[in-house]
Design a protein around this ligand. Structure first.
Ligand code: ZN
Length: 249
């Protein structure tokens, strides 16, 4: 096992990893209700576990998980509701607007993007040339919006685990606590999934978008998603790095 977590590296180890592959991985997390059966930090956990495995194979450093992220917001008198608090068309079961238990992650998109800009400036200064961000859906979109700016202002190529993945079914974290995300957590951190928390009548199986998390999930499917994503992401990183080197010569 290689050391890949940024915070654990000695300075010379960091320099060496940058020489091998100047890529930093940014897990875009949340602390957000992911059904009764999944951990609140499911978004960051899934992307971090993917990135650790990719970094061990292709090089680079994995940044700490960001736990704040943007999402849709709905204000009703004094109360505010975020993301999956609000029922949407893709929801597995209909439910009333409510504050889902444990969610604590929301910040304005503009503020989040300013935070990303600071991270880009600092990483560029440290020698990073590629930043891969992935995790919470709305954070991925806010990150992606900065692609042109990251290149022009900070000399960074930025992309996500979706950029080079074409198979819709196997895209990493493409639902909310449905069969896709549940299967991924079953594959990478099986100790954190507890189907015993789902009530018999499924009355607490709310705030979920995607296929049924109990009936349609499996560690095997999670591993299939993981392996597909690792393969497409690694070839994407190698392609981008080759382009960067070709441009230098
Ligand atoms: Zn999620």
């Amino acid at each position: 096992m290689k050391k890949v977590l940024y915070e654990e590296l000695l300075p010379e180890e960091f320099v060496q990893r940058m020489q091998e592959m100047p890529v930093a991985y940014l897990p875009l997390g949340t602390l957000e209700w992911h059904g009764p059966h999944m951990p609140l930090g499911a978004d960051g956990i899934q992307s971090k576990e993917l990135f650790v495995r990719v970094a061990e194979k292709v090089g680079g450093v994995v940044l700490p998980i960001l736990f704040m992220g943007p999402d849709r917001v709905f204000h009703d008198h004094e109360k505010s509701f975020y993301g999956m608090d609000i029922n949407t068309e893709g929801a597995l079961h209909t439910y009333h607007v409510q504050q889902l238990k444990g969610s604590a992650y929301w910040l304005e998109k503009e503020l989040f993007q300013d935070y990303l800009r600071s991270i880009f400036a600092q990483l560029s200064r440290a020698g990073v040339r590629i930043v891969v961000g992935h995790g919470h859906g709305p954070s991925i979109h806010a990150f992606q919006e900065l692609t042109k700016e990251a290149e022009e202002k900070y000399g960074l190529r930025i992309f996500t685990a979706w950029t080079y993945a074409e198979d819709e079914k196997l895209k990493y974290q493409n639902d909310h606590a449905g069969a896709n995300e549940t299967s991924i957590v079953m594959a990478v951190r099986p100790d954190l999934v507890d189907f015993g928390q789902v009530k018999e009548d499924e009355s607490n199986l709310i705030g979920i978008a995607g296929r049924h998390p109990v009936r349609d999930s499996s560690a095997a499917f999670g591993n299939e998603i993981l392996e597909y994503t690792m393969k497409t992401l690694i070839s994407g990183i190698e392609k981008e790095y080759k382009e960067i080197k070709d441009r230098q010569n």
